[in-house]
Write a protein that binds this ligand. Structure first.
Ligand code: SAH
Ligand code: MG
Length: 192
């Protein structure tokens, strides 16, 4: 049992784990910021990115939340098989029902795209000063940069929500954001 098997499972079962470029960026960011110990992840799926982050250093602890029961169960299984029970705490349920009892060095938002502003508002009070929020999928398969009108109404609304989130990040007082054209678009937001 290894990380490759989890990647294989994700592909076979269409679980949207972070793409290679994105996960490389995320892990490199954590490697380069040695002060990062406490991580909060919104959207565990099957535990792939949580395990990748925990593998970086023994001093890293990841708290992660998943609302889909089947994925949550698979994540628990993967975390056990890879022996990361001590470094990863996974919660089953909606992130909006989760109230942290600690602060974090890094918050990784990788869940329902329509709710990113709400996740940011809910969890950044628990981000340490100088801490970082990393947001995945800001390009949403290229749609957020597309100039032509998108035909499907649902898709159009979702794309607009992601665009609103990008604007929100750029204007948010007390935070500085850089968006990287990596993977599916990654936002790095530092709390001052
Ligand atoms: N971070 C994972 C991939 C997460 S995919 C990785 O790269 O390995 C996004 C996941 O977020 C999905 O499994 C979905 O069920 C979950 N999700 C979406 N909205 C959520 C919410 N409000 N609370 C908890 N989980 C949520
Ligand atoms: Mg993602």
């Amino acid at each position: 049992m290894g990380i490759k098997e989890i990647e294989h499972y994700a592909k076979e079962h269409h679980v949207p784990i972070m793409e290679q470029e994105g996960i490389q960026f995320l892990t490199k960011y954590i490697q380069e910021h040695e002060e990062i110990c406490q991580v909060l992840e919104i959207g565990s799926a099957i535990g792939y990115s949580a395990i990748r982050m925990a593998q970086i250093r023994k001093t890293i602890h990841v708290t992660t939340i998943e609302r889909d029961l089947e994925r949550y169960q698979k994540a628990v299984e993967n975390i056990q098989k890879m022996h990361f029970e001590e470094q990863i705490t996974i919660h089953y349920g909606d992130a909006f029902d989760f109230t942290p009892d600690q602060t974090y060095d890094l918050i990784f938002i990788d869940a329902a795209k329509s709710q990113y502003i709400k996740f940011f508002e809910q969890f950044t009070p628990f981000l340490k000063p100088g801490g970082t929020v990393i947001s995945d999928n800001l390009y949403f398969h290229g749609y957020t940069k597309q100039k032509e009108r998108i035909e499907s109404k649902n898709l159009r609304q979702l794309v607009q929500k992601i665009r609103n989130y990008i604007t929100y990040l750029e204007q948010k007082e007390g935070f500085t954001t850089t968006i990287y054209e990596i993977g599916d678009g990654i936002g790095v937001t530092r709390k001052e």
